[in-house]
Structures are given as structure tokens and as C-alpha cells.
Design a protein around this ligand. Structure first.
Ligand SMILES: [Zn+2]
Length: 346
């Protein structure tokens, strides 16, 4: 078939327009997308499985542990607001660092010109027991008295101190590293403390920090503290969490699909024009797709395609799905329908 000049032009123009709209989408300023924190991801997963799902009890338990850990860290950070010191000092919180394949998560790090202090928070309630002869460390529930064996936190603290020493050495930084373990649970009673590290409760934390600093002479720090802070901040690695359905072995078919409504808690948000409206309660929220994309990565897979996003969100139109996905600053490989979207690694 020989196309007339007009037909050819129309086809050509459509092609150019399509190319142009891809180009405009690619150039538009995109919204950054962070991974969901673990506790929130588990909460989202719980909302998507049935009330009698075989993993529900276990997941609820995991959710309480993750959110208790966050509350404990918050108590530590809040208590630190009352910390004063004449000399220069810089606190840093929630660090994720890496030396080759060795990764650590450090709750707090206080930089001073005497030393750096690693602060590990432990949210363990009950009676804490440590037997120095057997090196057994456990808690007894109050009331009840059930015994739960735990990992000795001194080993983790030593590992973190050792990590920071190695990391400072790799950066040519000369600063001794000390450590403190802080028990943040409100109802925690020490019967005996593990030996080998300083251990205190939240209300004692600042006093213990001063004690460590008193015992540490001023050193000739090789770098200004702000420079060390910047180096640490620049070396943060994202905490990589496998998609939760893999971790907890939950079938995709067991997940409720749809976009979450933050008013009624259902998953009935419908795409209407450029916004979302809840089919159950009428709530309108143009940003509802943000959580849906984050949830997909946190719960299902680290690779997303247009088709998979439609399955998960309930969007029926592939152009609409593409427009939603193009709002976010994701790593894209492949072209057009073969596009694969991934979370950008920071
Ligand atoms: Zn609703």
C-alpha cells in the first residue's frame, strides 16, 4: 500500500507526538520515593491479608517488635535533647553503614573531640538476668515469669565499636571509639547486667555519656567534627529489606489488591481523571498512588512493570498506569511496554 503524503504525515506526527510525550514525562521533575520503613511495611501487609491468614499472628508480633524498636530509639533521641556539653559535639542517629560486605545499623553515634560513642538502644521489658559463669543472658516476663533467652547485647556493641574503628581507619580519621547500651523499655528491671560494656536505662543515659567522656582524654582529632559528620552522612547505604511477601512466604494471590484509602482504611480508591476517589467513602486524594508504589516495592518485588502495577493497583488503563509511574523518580530500564521500574538506590 502506498500512503498518501497526508497519511504519512499524520502517522509521522502521531509518532513524534508520542515520542514527545515520553520526553516530557522523562524531563518533568519527579517526586522522590523512599522505601517504607519496616514497621510501616508490615502494617501495610497486615492490612492486605485476610483476618484468618496463617501468617497473621506471626506478622502482628513482628509489627509490635519493629514499632517497639522505633519507640525505644525515639526515647533515646528525646533524652539526648537534655544533654549539654561545653566542648563541641555532634550526635547522629540511625546510621546504616557498610565496609565491603559488612553492613551495620547503628542507633546513635555521638562525635566529640575526646571520642565517638556508639549508642545501642534495647527495648526489652521484664527482668533482665545475666549469669557471668554460664554467660547466659535472658529476660523473665513480668508478671508471668516466662524465660526468654536473648543475644547478649555486649557482642553487638563490640561489633559496632569494631566497625566504627575500622571505618575511621579506612577514612584516615583518628578518633577513639567507645560504646553505651541503653535499655529504653519503661518496665525493665536489671537483676544483673551483662558484663563487658556500660549499660544503663534511658533516664541515666546522659550521666553515663558524661562518665565515658570524663574517662576519655582530649585527643588530637585528625578532622574537624563537621567533616567527620559529613563523611558519615555521605557513606549511608540504604537498608535493604527483601520484599516482605518473600521474607514471610506470602503468596501474591493472598494479598488484597487496590489502592489504600487513608480515610476509611479500605483498598477501594479509584483513578478518576488525575486523582483518586474512594468508592467506599468518597475520600479524594490525588497522592494515594504514592503509597501504592511504595507498597509494591516493600511487599511484592523490587521490580515493577506497567502490567504488575495495574494488577496491584486495580488501574485498568495502561496509559494511566504509565502516567502514575512516571510521576516518581524511579530507575527505568527497557523501553515502552517492556519498561522495568526499580527504586533508585541512594
Ligand atoms: Zn475510603
Amino acid at each position: 500500500m502506498v500512503r498518501s503524503g497526508y497519511e504519512w504525515n499524520a502517522a509521522h506526527r502521531r509518532k513524534i507526538q508520542a515520542e514527545f510525550s515520553y520526553y516530557v514525562e522523562a524531563k518533568r521533575i519527579k517526586t522522590e520515593l523512599d522505601s517504607l520503613p519496616k514497621a510501616l511495611a508490615i502494617e501495610c501487609l497486615l492490612k492486605r491479608i485476610s483476618s484468618n491468614h496463617h501468617q497473621r499472628d506471626y506478622l502482628e508480633n513482628q509489627f509490635h517488635r519493629a514499632s517497639a524498636g522505633i519507640r525505644g530509639e525515639d526515647r533515646m533521641v528525646n533524652k539526648f535533647k537534655e544533654f549539654t556539653m561545653k566542648e563541641e559535639h555532634l550526635p547522629m542517629w540511625d546510621l546504616n553503614m557498610k565496609i565491603k560486605k559488612w553492613t551495620v545499623q547503628i542507633d546513635g553515634l555521638l562525635l566529640t573531640e575526646r571520642c565517638a560513642i556508639v549508642m545501642d538502644s534495647k527495648n526489652v521489658s521484664g527482668e533482665i538476668h545475666y549469669n557471668a559463669a554460664t554467660e547466659e543472658y535472658y529476660k523473665k516476663a513480668m508478671p508471668g515469669g516466662e524465660i526468654l533467652h536473648l543475644d547478649n547485647p555486649v557482642f553487638q556493641l563490640d561489633k559496632h565499636i569494631n566497625f566504627m574503628e575500622n571505618w575511621f581507619a579506612s577514612q584516615g580519621i583518628n578518633l577513639p571509639v567507645k560504646g553505651l547500651i541503653i535499655y529504653t523499655a519503661k518496665n525493665c528491671v536489671f537483676q544483673s547486667k551483662p558484663t563487658g560494656a556500660l549499660i544503663c536505662k534511658t533516664y541515666q543515659m546522659n550521666g553515663y555519656l558524661h562518665r565515658i567522656l570524663r574517662d576519655s582524654p582530649l585527643t588530637a582529632v585528625s578532622h574537624p567534627l563537621q567533616d567527620i559528620e559529613k563523611l558519615i552522612a555521605a557513606n549511608q547505604v540504604p537498608f535493604e529489606l527483601s520484599p516482605l511477601s518473600e521474607t514471610y512466604r506470602i503468596n501474591f494471590k493472598d494479598l488484597k489488591t487496590g489502592v489504600y484509602c487513608n480515610k476509611c482504611g479500605g483498598h477501594g480508591m479509584q483513578r478518576v481523571k488525575k486523582s483518586w476517589i474512594c468508592s467506599a467513602c468518597g475520600n479524594k486524594d490525588a497522592a494515594a498512588d504514592r503509597l501504592a508504589v511504595q507498597e509494591y516495592f516493600a511487599l511484592v518485588s523490587d521490580e515493577l512493570t506497567n502490567r504488575k502495577f495495574r494488577e496491584f493497583s486495580g488501574i485498568t488503563d495502561s496509559d494511566a498506569a504509565r502516567r502514575v509511574l512516571s510521576k516518581y523518580d524511579l530507575e527505568i530500564s527497557g523501553v515502552r511496554k517492556m519498561r522495568v521500574y526499580k527504586m533508585r538506590k541512594k
